[in-house]
Ligand binder design. Structure first.
Ligand code: CMC
Length: 430
C-alpha cells in the first residue's frame, strides 16, 4: 500500500499526490507536509492551499521523541516509560534527566547531575533587590516570570544557544534556580525573610526548606510530603506540545536565550485554561462549599454559566492518568496533614459528572489540575503558588523541547500563515 494521499481539487478537476510521512505508529504520527498543499491552486496566480487550524488542534508543529500521549486510552509516557512507573520508582531529578537526555541516568550520571543542580541553587544577591521592587501583594507567578527573564541579564553567554556546553550550563542553572526564585517570591509576599538553599537536602526537600523554614537551625522535611512533592513534580515534568511548550519553542525559534524563553513559557502557563486551572479548581470547590450543593453546581455548568474547572482536556478524552495517581497520593498526604475537607466535594463532583450525559458525551474527565490543588493546599501552599508549583518541574520539559527544537534541522523560526479576511486595497478619504 503506497504511503501517499490523492487529492482532487474540485475547483479545477486537478489531482495531486502527496506523501504521507512518519506513519510508523498506526494512530499517531501519520502526517502530510502542509507545504505540499501549496501546489494546489484554484488559479494560476493563486497563492496555494493553506490549512486553517486555530489553536493548532490538528497540526504537528514538530517531530518529538520526548513525551507520548494517547489521549483516547489515557496513556502518558516520557521517553517511552509509563508515567505510573516513573512516579512510583524514581525521583524528580532522575525524571528531569530522562526527559532532557533521553535515558535514565546511571548511578554516576545521577550523582553528577544531582551535585550540579544542588550547587547552582543560589541566586545572585542583586536578584533579591529586584524582588524587593515588587508591590507587597504581587502575585508570585508574576514575580517568577519577570525574575526568570531578568536572569538573562546575569548570564549574557546564554545567548550562545548553538554551543551545547553553554546550553547545558543554562539548563542546570534554570532547573536549580526555579525553586529558589519561586520560594523567595512566596516569602516576599508574606513578609518573611528569605530562606537560603540547603545543599544537604533533596531537590524537593530543599524547596520545602526554602518555603517553610522558620527559626529552626536546620529544616527537616517530612519524608511523605517530600516524596509527594517529588511525585507531583514528576507528573508535571512534560506534556508534549501544550500551550507553554509551544510558547517555549516559538520564542526559542527566534534564537532568544533560554531565560527569556522560559519566562515566556511560564507566562503561557499562568493562564486559567493551562497552569492556572488548579487555582480555579480550589476557588470552585470553596464556592460550592458542601457536597449537597454539587448537583446544583453541575446543572449550572450544563446551562453554560461556567466551566467545571479541572475537567476536560484538549488531548485526553479519557481519565487523565496523572489525575488517577494524584487521587491516590492525596490519601498519603492527608495521613500527615489531616484531611482537606474539599476532597469530599471533589470526589462527589467527579462521581456526579462522570455519570452525567453532558460530560460523558463530551469525554470530559478530571485532568491533572482537579486533585493537585487540594494536595498542595493540604501541604500548606497558598493558591497563588499553584501555577508556580507547576512551572518549577515543567522547566525541565520546556528545556527539553527547546533543545530538541534547536537540534532539529527541519525547524525554522515559527511564523504561521493567516487567512486574510480584511478589506481589499482601498483609498483613504482626503
Ligand atoms: N466544563 C464544562 N464543559 C466543558 C469543559 C469543562 N471544563 N471543557 C470543555 N467543555 C465543553 C465545551 O463547552 C464544549 O461543549 P460544546 O461542544 O457543547 O460547545 C466541549 O466540551 C469541547 O470544549 P472545547 O473548549 O472545544 O475543548 P478544548 O479542547 O478547546 O479545551 C480545555 C480544553 C482544557 C481548555 C477545556 O476542557 C477547559 O476549559 N477545561 C477547564 C480548564 C482546565 O481544567 N484546564 C486545565 C487543563 S489540564 C492542565 C494543562 O495541561 O494545563
Amino acid at each position: 500500500m503506497p504511503d501517499t494521499l490523492t487529492i482532487t481539487d474540485n475547483r479545477t478537476g486537478e489531482t495531486f499526490e502527496v506523501d504521507i510521512l512518519y506513519g510508523t505508529y498506526p494512530t499517531y504520527g501519520a502526517a502530510i507536509k502542509s507545504l505540499d498543499l501549496r501546489e494546489i491552486k484554484g488559479s494560476e496566480d493563486d497563492f496555494g492551499l493553506l490549512t486553517y487550524d486555530p489553536g493548532f488542534t490538528n497540526t504537528a508543529s514538530c517531530k518529538s521523541a520526548i513525551t507520548f500521549i494517547d489521549g483516547e486510552k489515557g496513556i502518558l509516557r516520557y521517553r517511552g516509560y509509563p508515567i505510573q512507573e516513573l512516579a512510583e520508582g524514581y525521583s524528580f531529578l532522575e525524571v528531569a534527566y530522562l526527559v532532557l537526555h533521553g535515558e535514565l541516568p546511571t548511578g554516576d550520571e545521577l550523582e553528577t547531575w544531582d551535585h550540579e543542580i544542588t550547587h547552582h541553587t543560589i541566586i545572585h544577591e542583586k536578584i533579591k533587590k529586584f524582588l524587593d521592587g515588587f508591590r507587597y501583594d504581587a502575585h508570585p507567578m508574576g514575580m517568577l516570570v519577570s525574575t526568570v527573564a531578568a536572569l538573562s541579564t546575569f548570564y549574557p553567554e546564554s545567548r550562545r544557544i548553538d554551543e551545547p556546553e553553554v546550553r547545558r550550563s543554562q539548563i542546570i542553572r534554570l532547573i536549580a534556580k526555579m525553586p529558589t526564585i519561586a520560594a523567595f517570591a512566596y516569602r516576599y509576599s508574606i513578609g518573611m525573610p528569605y530562606s537560603y538553599p540547603d545543599n544537604n537536602l533533596s531537590y524537593t526537600g530543599n524547596f520545602l526548606n526554602m518555603m517553610f523554614k522558620t527559626t529552626e537551625l536546620e529544616y527537616d522535611p517530612d519524608p511523605v510530603l517530600e516524596r509527594a512533592l517529588d511525585v507531583l513534580f514528576i507528573l508535571h515534568a512534560d506534556h508534549e506540545q501544550n500551550c507553554s511548550a509551544n510558547a517555549m519553542r516559538n520564542i526559542g525559534s527566534s534564537h532568544a536565550d533560554p531565560y527569556v524563553s522560559v519566562a515566556g513559557a511560564a507566562a503561557a502557563l499562568y493562564g486559567p485554561l493551562h497552569g492556572g486551572a488548579n487555582e480555579r479548581v480550589l476557588k470552585m470547590l470553596e464556592e460550592i462549599g458542601h457536597v449537597d450543593e454539587v448537583p446544583k453546581y453541575v446543572e449550572r455548568v450544563k446551562d453554560g454559566d461556567f466551566r467545571l474547572m479541572g475537567f476536560g482536556h484538549r488531548v485526553y478524552k479519557n481519565y487523565d492518568p496523572r489525575a488517577k495517581i494524584l487521587r491516590e497520593l492525596a490519601e498519603d498526604v492527608f495521613e500527615v496533614t489531616g484531611k482537606n475537607p474539599l476532597i469530599d466535594i471533589a470526589v462527589e463532583l467527579e462521581r456526579i459528572a462522570l455519570e452525567d450525559d453532558y460530560f460523558v458525551e463530551r469525554n470530559l474527565y478530571p485532568n491533572v489540575d482537579f486533585y493537585s490543588g487540594i494536595i498542595y493546599q493540604a501541604m500548606g501552599f497558598p493558591t497563588a503558588m499553584f501555577p508556580v508549583l507547576f512551572a518549577i518541574p515543567r522547566t525541565a520539559g520546556w528545556l527539553a523541547q527547546w533543545q530538541e527544537m534547536l537540534e532539529d534541522e527541519d525547524q525554522r523560526i515559527a511564523r504561521p500563515r493567516q487567512v486574510y479576511v480584511g478589506e481589499d486595497e482601498r483609498t483613504p478619504r482626503d
